[in-house]
Every structure is written in C-alpha cells, then in structure tokens.
Ligand binder design. Sequence first.
Ligand SMILES: Cc1cc2nc3c(=O)[nH]c(=O)nc-3n(C[C@H](O)[C@H](O)[C@H](O)COP(=O)(O)OP(=O)(O)OC[C@H]3O[C@@H](n4cnc5c(N)ncnc54)[C@H](O)[C@@H]3O)c2cc1C
Length: 459
Amino acid sequence: MLDFIIGYLRRVGLTFQRPQTTSAEMVPDEAQLRIVIVGAGLSGLATAISCAMAGHTVVVIEQAKELAEVGAGLQITPNASRLFQHWQLPSSLYASAAEPTALTVHKYTGQTLAHSPSFHTTIRAKYTSPFIDLHRVDLQQALYARAKALGVTFHLDERVDSLDFATTTVRTVSGRAVPGDLIVAADGLWSRCRECFLGRKDDPLPTGDLAYRIVLRAEDIRDEKLRTWVENPECHFWIGPGAHAVGYSMRGGSMYNLVLLVPDNLPPGVARQVGSVEEMRGLFEGWDPVLNQFLSYVDSVDKWKLMHHAEMETWVNEKSNLVFIGDACHPMLPYLAQGANSSLEDGAVLGGLLGYMKTKSQLPEILRLYESMRKSRGEAIVKETFKQRNDFHMCDGPEQERRDHIFLSQLGKEIKGAFPSRWTCPEVQPWLYGYDALKEVEKAVRLHPEVFSKVTPNL
Ligand SMILES: Cc1cc2nc3c(=O)[nH]c(=O)nc-3n(C[C@H](O)[C@H](O)[C@H](O)COP(=O)(O)OP(=O)(O)OC[C@H]3O[C@@H](n4cnc5c(N)ncnc54)[C@H](O)[C@@H]3O)c2cc1C
C-alpha cells in the first residue's frame, strides 16, 4: 500500500519521504530499485534494512508463518555489532544481551589451556565495538521491527518455488508472483534460489558433525556456584577428542546457552531430530565436572546436523538480477560464530553499495563489486572454521601435546603468533573482528571510479 501511495505521489510530481529513513545516500528516483528478498533470516533482514535505508523499495518473502528464530543463543562479534548503531537498532537490544568479561579454553578434563581476562574491555579497545551474546529471537525481532519501520513489505507464510529471470519475478507455491528489479537469495542452507540458479537439485553436504543446542534458565539452576557462573557472563570452551562444547550467558545473565559439537550419527537426509539426553550425557562422560553439572539440568534436547556446501562459482547471475547472501552462498561450521555475523556484513555491504546508485544501469557493475568484496572473505571464513575444528577436536597424542604446549606456553601472557584458538589468535581475530563493512563500502566507492565516478564526479 505504501509503495502504491509513494508511486502515485511521484507520478503527480510530489515527493514522499520514507518513514525513519536516515541514510545520507538516498538514491534518486531514477535509480530506485524494487528489491525482492527471499528469506527473512538474519541475512535477509539485514539486507532489507540496509537497502531500505539507501532508499530502495524492499519486499521480503518468507515461508514461515511468523518470525521465531530457534530459541538459542547467538554470539555477535564486533564486525557485526558495529552495524547495529548504524541501523539504529534499539538500545534495549544491548540490555537483553550479555557481554562476556572473560574467554577461557579448557581441555576436556577441565584444565585451563587459555584464559583472556577482561575480554570485554580488550575487545572494545581493539575494535571499538562489543562482543555480545544474545538470544536469537531478540536480534531477529529488533531487525524485523526496524525493517518494518523503514517501510519494508513482508509476505509471510509464502514459500518461494521458482524464479523467472527473464522478468525478474519470484513465484511462490501459493501462486503469488512478486516482480522486481533485483532478487536477493537469502534463503539459507537449503536455498531454493540456489537450485533455481544452478538449474539442478543442490542439497547441502554433511560436515561430519552435529550440534546439541541447549538453553538453561538461571532460576532453574539450584547449585549456587553454577548459578553464579551463569549470572556473571563469560565464554567457556571445552575441547576434546572429536568434540567440543561452548557455553555463554545471555539476557543479562539470566539464561545460559550451551552448544555441544560432536560426531554426526543422524541418518543421512535427517537435518534435525529430537535427541536422547542419556546419549548426550554419555558423550561427555569423564569431561570437566562443571560441564557435566550443566548437562545434569538438561531434560530434553535436539540434534542438528551441521551442513555445508561446495563454493559457488559466482554469487551473481549473468543477467545481474539475482545475488546471493548469507548461508545460501557461504554456510560454515559454527566454530567461530561467524555464520550470522558474516551474513550481517553481506547485507550491510550490499545495501551500502546500492546506496551509491545514481542510475539503474550501474546495477551489474555494483553487483560484481559486491561479489569481489564478499566472496573471498566469506569463503576464507568457511575454511577457517574447518581449521578450528581440527585444532579443537584433536585426539590425545603427539599432535594434541604440541597444541597444548602452544596453549600453555602463552597462558597468562600476551598471545603472540599463530594460536590454536582463533577466538583470541592475533593472526585471525583482527581480520575477523576488525572488518568494518561500512568503511569497506566507502573505500570501494573511492577505489572504483569506473563504477561510480561517471555519476558521482566529486568522489
Ligand atoms: C549450532 C549453531 C550455532 C550457531 N551460532 C552462531 C553464532 O553464535 N554466531 C553466528 O554468527 N552464527 C552462528 N551460527 C550460524 C547462523 O545461525 C547462520 O549462519 C545464520 O543464521 C544464517 O542466516 P541466513 O539468514 O543466511 O539463513 P537462515 O537463518 O537459514 O534464514 C533463511 C530464511 O529463509 C527462509 N526460507 C528458506 N527457504 C525459503 C523459501 N523457499 N521461500 C521462502 N522463505 C524461505 C527460512 O524460513 C529462513 O527464515 C550458528 C549455527 C548453528 C547451527
């Protein structure tokens, strides 16, 4: 309806300022795109916000009846948290988060291998933005509300079935046809858009691991020492043969999120299944008593197969009316907590670049630029997550002893050189957390006058 009114006012020569749109780079009318985003996951919502802030018309199509991300935690690192202010997400989002004040890696026996005290202050000082742990729903709802306030249209309960590239139209199973100028494939691991683009079935591949996802409430934890652990947010890893566990507080220390990463024993083709609590506890028998104490509070659990995909040749189709973002093009192991963070970066870069459009004819070159900025980074992060698995899942033996020697030789000191935990590794953490999507956009605009100068000669 809003689009119709804006269109009518434009036709009769009146202009209409979109509600709460603040980007300095509002595109002129002749460059305004109608962008159809498939999927309202974190990548789709981020793209919706940044494209709407740039002044484009945005429609999101989502198969779910309502937006309710899985009830689990999410670690947001500075490369994504720095975007929240730009997107004007409400400060209440921070109130519902927890900021870990230390990050510790334990051997599965409980022995401390690495410990970063004052993790929160160090991270803020290095990257000018916090590392926070959130409940997924809190972030999703904040993004959704912001997108709606920016005038984004949502079609929920609509499953996309096919894409017509000749007319840039998205068709849903129910028969709805949504035309546009650009389709953004944000439909995750089981992307239908990816299949439409490739022209064949393309199921994700098993990584060999699965995840148990657990959320505990502090009020349900009777043991005082354990409850204090939850109420004072820190981030803990336990690493052992073929498996690891990560635990952190969220919602200001009133909830605890635990993820257990273990060898996949789900049948082929099964992506998620109710798990057995006994089987889960059995896998961690003999591990740190603190971890086992947490597991004693679990009364039901789900198992999630962790999947990935081979790299795509390109993220943009030949006609330049389809572009990929998020898990649809770079699904990864969650071992560096970068899947959502890098998806939010994708959305910020795509919308940021599209904010510099002065005519629609620039779209093909801008999409190529987006791909050149994002594909190599996304794929590098994917590779790093598999390297992290190797370092965290070592079986006891000479290789593990060498790893532990590197850990222990730096315990209590400033970490130098390659480090087996990339979470604090001085060679990996800076390129993960130091990335500033908005600055990257500005840099790209400066460095690519062939794309932008003909329409922005003063850059
Ligand atoms: C155990 C675990 C822990 C993790 N922890 C972290 C973490 O701490 N930090 C982090 O950054 N990342 C983490 N991740 C990764 C992160 O969850 C994903 O990378 C991220 O959610 C991907 O977002 P997305 O929007 O690309 O895809 P999705 O979240 O999968 O969203 C895709 C959306 O598209 C919709 N859709 C799909 N097909 C269709 C269709 N045909 N028609 C219409 N709609 C459709 C879906 O319903 C969904 O809403 C974790 C992952 C796992 C498994």
